[in-house]
Design a protein around this ligand. Structure first.
Ligand code: ADP
Ligand code: MG
Length: 692
């Protein structure tokens, strides 16, 4: 708001000033407080001089001495070569490109200070393109910081700007001193001053690896700011109003009575956690985690009947048509006998049917609607939406989720604020604990940590592509024995068309190889009606072998399918392989997953396949995935949240996360003025990123 209030200045100065200002802005550097927390990535030690006689190749050194000799050589190419001596030895300097003034700088007899990396040259130790300054000037008494920067913004300019900001900015403590003391951390000012200009002699290694207490203070502050904003987001949510959905109707016991199985203990537990949330007058915001096949759908059904029994409508949104259709089928079978009206809405529905569905949803004659993104189109309005369920929530963006929520807002005078629907997010991608504690701290988490009984773990086999024939006979054996199989075609990253072609070709080859078998094909480019027909055939057992691209990755549930072949498994990510493998092992028979690979394998691919071979535990797989790829993948829900951490590392700073969490609770409880100051310093208006 205050950007445009600068007084008019001389034009020339203004435009150069603006140019570097714009570059600084690009780094997020506007206010003095921004510069203060723009911290170095490394340091250079210019505080001492080295003796030429004791230099070793590979070192970055600084020496002072007299130019003993200097010439422009023409062979083997034009270059400037000089030799410098300090009495202890001789060092060569070499420039492959140079300006006349550089040549003057190293005229024979001059005394200079040079800096650069030593290597072994033709005549002995040398430095290529050294930095040359005059000899004899005072040595700095602190290490020289090197900052992250952007094109055209040099270190000296950035250093000067930061030095200035350090004089203007408020460096006073944002936390209660007793807290800082009890954690054994330095004060904010002390930490900042050390990091911007560590005294000579301090270990550069400890600084760069961020193990120094000054770094711990910064990382703690950052994690604390994140915990505080998440806690505030949670408070904000508690101030919102929702329709309480009491669990009084007879629907839930009737649903239970009609199920062909009884719930596992883990399912019972999460069902009651969700049930309790729904009875509150502020919106539920819960994440339901459970490995593939752990039975999340039936839990969603219990949440739905509680809302419907309390007179509200429910919407379930799934990321793909196949998945939405499968949910519809399953939920309709469970709920229609209870007189619950279930509708289905996807983009591929014929226009007339779609219109009818939209009308019924708006009129309130439908209790439960299941669909894809089609649910969030403008045309769709609800009569009394009370609960929103998102399956595979990480597949949706923040905006899409908000959009569906908004459809349930109703301005209720008596509540004083609009009522918003309760929200249940489901995900099979387990989120490691540290991530859950940081990025998802404003969500309540329910976990299904047990699979339904009678499942035997899937056996995973790694098979080289060269043994394809054996794989084919395995498929044949299984099908002859009355079971079904998936054949997943390789990912072709460069081109979707190529991927499609591969699937079509594979289908043709397998159909020819197995004339006695019905081989189906499903891929992303088929019309939804065709897709549905193939899937129905597979579900009925008419199709015995299903060739597929990764469209089957999420949610397909056919218990009689016991064999999964994945071609070029080395091209898939770990989470994806785990999802795919989760398609089998759903019935009582022994299931097998064959990961076919083509060598030579990269180290990462080998690690991935090894992980798949060694474990079927979704959490262990997620942990290894996090190790291999970093947190990005898990943050579907909080894409923006990642930017909030610049210095702390969730893997290696796990202990600090816990401390920050405790401190956040304490500050919110009894030190609101510190909360304000701390967030101002670290977040400056970015807290809103977390309010979704
Ligand atoms: P996911 O958690 O991957 O979404 P689903 O909800 O699709 O899993 O459930 C997988 C399969 O397990 C389905 O066929 C479902 O009907 C079945 N199932 C769910 N809960 C139980 C249970 N308690 N006992 C037996 N089978 C169950
Ligand atoms: Mg599911």
């Amino acid at each position: 708001m205050s950007e445009h209030t600068a007084a008019p200045v001389d034009r020339q100065t203004a435009s150069t000033a603006n140019a570097s200002e714009r570059k600084l802005q690009r780094l997020g550097l506007v206010e003095p407080s921004d510069f203060v927390v723009h911290l170095p990535i490394r340091y250079e030690d210019e505080t001492k001089l080295d003796r030429i006689g004791s230099l070793r190749p590979g070192q970055v050194v600084q020496v002072e001495g007299e130019i003993l000799h200097s010439e422009v050589q023409l062979r083997p190419r034009r270059q400037l070569v000089a030799a410098i001596g300090d009495g202890s030895g001789r060092l060569y300097l070499r420039w492959l490109h140079f300006y006349p003034n550089q040549r003057r700088q190293v005229e024979t007899g001059r005394r200079v200070r040079v800096r650069g990396e030593v290597r072994v040259g033709f005549n002995g130790c040398e430095i290529v393109h050294p930095r040359v300054t005059v000899a004899g000037s005072a040595l700095p008494d602190s290490l020289t910081p090197v900052y992250p920067t952007t094109d055209g913004l040099t270190q000296p300019v950035l250093r000067r700007a930061i030095r200035q900001a350090l004089e203007q900015a408020d460096l006073s403590e944002s936390l209660p001193p007793q807290l800082v003391h009890s954690l054994g951390l330095p004060s904010f000012e002390e930490a900042i001053r050390i990091l911007h200009g560590p005294p000579a002699g301090m270990s550069i290694e400890q600084l760069v690896e961020r193990g120094h207490p000054a770094w711990r203070r910064i990382k703690f502050d950052e994690l604390l700011a994140q915990q505080l904003s998440l806690a505030l987001a949670r408070r904000h949510r508690r101030k919102q109003r929702a329709h309480p959905l009491p669990a009084e109707s007879a629907l839930s016991p009737r649903l239970r009575a009609g199920l062909p199985f009884s719930l596992t203990d883990a399912q019972e537990r999460v069902v009651s956690e969700i049930s309790a949330d729904l009875t509150r007058d502020y919106p539920m915001h819960r994440l339901l985690q459970g490995d593939v096949g752990s039975g999340k759908t039936v839990v969603a059904a219990f949440a739905a009947v509680q809302a419907i029994g309390a007179g509200r409508q429910v919407a379930i949104m799934a990321p793909t048509e196949i998945l939405a259709e499968q949910h519809f089928r399953k939920l309709a079978a469970w709920l229609e006998p209870l007189d619950v009206k279930v509708a289905w809405l996807t983009g591929s529905l014929p226009l007339r049917q779609r219109r009818a569905a939209v009308e019924a949803i708006a009129a309130g004659t439908v209790d439960l609607v299941i669909g894809t993104q089609a649910l969030i189109q403008d045309k769709v309005t609800f009569d009394r939406l009370g609960l929103v369920i998102l399956d595979e929530q990480h597949r949706f963006g923040v905006a899409q989720r908000l959009e569906l929520n908004r459809k349930g807002e109703d301005a209720d005078e008596t509540a004083g604020a609009p009522r918003v629907p309760h929200q249940l997010n489901m995900s099979a991608t387990p989120i490691p604990r540290t991530l859950a504690m940081t990025f998802f701290a404003d969500l309540d988490v329910s976990m299904i940590d047990e699979l339904p009984p009678g499942r035997s773990p899937v056996i995973t086999k790694l098979v080289s592509d060269a043994r394809r024939d054996e794989v084919l006979s395995l498929v044949h054996r299984e099908v002859v024995a009355g079971r079904q199989a998936y054949w997943v075609c390789p990912l072709v990253e460069e081109s979707e068309a190529l991927q499609l072609q591969t699937a079509v070709d594979t289908h043709a080859v397998l159909a020819a190889a197995f004339p006695d078998m019905s081989v189906g094909l499903v891929h992303g480019r088929m019309t939804p009606a065709d897709k549905q027909e193939v899937m129905t055939g597979f579900r009925n057992g008419d199709v015995q072998l299903l060739v597929a691209t990764t469209v089957i990755e999420v949610g397909v549930d056919v218990p009689n399918a016991c064999l999964m072949i994945i071609e070029h498994a080395e091209r898939f990510g770990l989470a994806q392989l785990h999802q795919l493998r989760g398609r089998v092992g759903r019935g009582s028979g022994q299931s097998v997953c064959v990961l076919m690979y083509q060598g030579p394998l990269s180290a990462v691919a080998r690690e991935r396949l090894k992980a798949m071979y060694e474990t079927t535990d979704g959490f262990e797989i997620a942990r290894r995935d996090l190790e291999q790829r970093g947190p990005g993948e898990f943050l579907g829900m909080r894409q923006s949240g990642q930017e909030l951490l610049r210095y702390a590392d969730l893997e290696s700073d796990g202990g600090l996360v816990e401390q920050a969490r405790q401190a956040a609770a304490e500050l919110l409880e009894s030190h609101p003025e510190h909360v304000r100051k701390h967030l101002q310093r670290w977040m400056r208006g970015r807290q809103d990123l977390l309010r979704s």
